[in-house]
Design a protein. Structure first.
Length: 110
C-alpha cells in the first residue's frame, strides 16, 4: 500500500517539478486564463504552454472550458496553492539561512 502512495506522490511532484508549470499555476490564482494570456504572462510560446498545460491537466491541477474557438484554463485543485505557498516559505527560510551563513563568513574574514 505504501509503495502505491509513494508512486502517486512522486507522480504529483514530477508534475509540479517544472518552473513553467508553477508559473502557470500562479497565473491561474486569480482566475481563468486563455493560452494567449498565459503566453503573455510567462513570455513563453504557445506550443510550450500547451505541452505544460497538458501535463497539469493530466494530473488534475488544471481544467478548461471551450467558448467558441478559445479554451479558458482554470485551477482544478485550489489546495495545490497551500503546497506552493509552503514551498515559498521553505525557500525564504533557506535564503535567510544562506544570508546568515554568508554574513558569518564575512565576519570571520574581517
Amino acid at each position: 500500500m505504501k509503495q502505491k502512495l509513494h508512486v502517486y506522490k512522486a507522480r504529483i511532484f514530477k508534475a509540479l517539478s517544472h518552473p513553467l508549470r508553477l508559473a502557470i499555476l500562479d497565473a491561474l490564482r486569480d482566475g481563468e486564463k486563455t493560452v494567449t494570456q498565459l503566453q503573455e504572462i510567462t513570455g513563453t510560446g504557445q506550443a510550450t504552454i500547451s505541452q505544460h498545460l497538458n501535463i497539469l491537466r493530466t494530473n488534475h491541477f488544471v481544467a478548461f472550458r471551450k467558448e467558441g474557438t478559445q479554451a479558458f484554463y482554470r485551477n482544478e485543485d485550489p489546495d495545490v496553492y497551500m503546497f506552493l505557498d509552503f514551498g515559498r516559505q521553505v525557500f525564504e527560510r533557506q535564503l535567510d539561512r544562506q544570508g546568515d551563513y554568508i554574513r558569518n563568513l564575512q565576519e570571520q574574514h574581517k
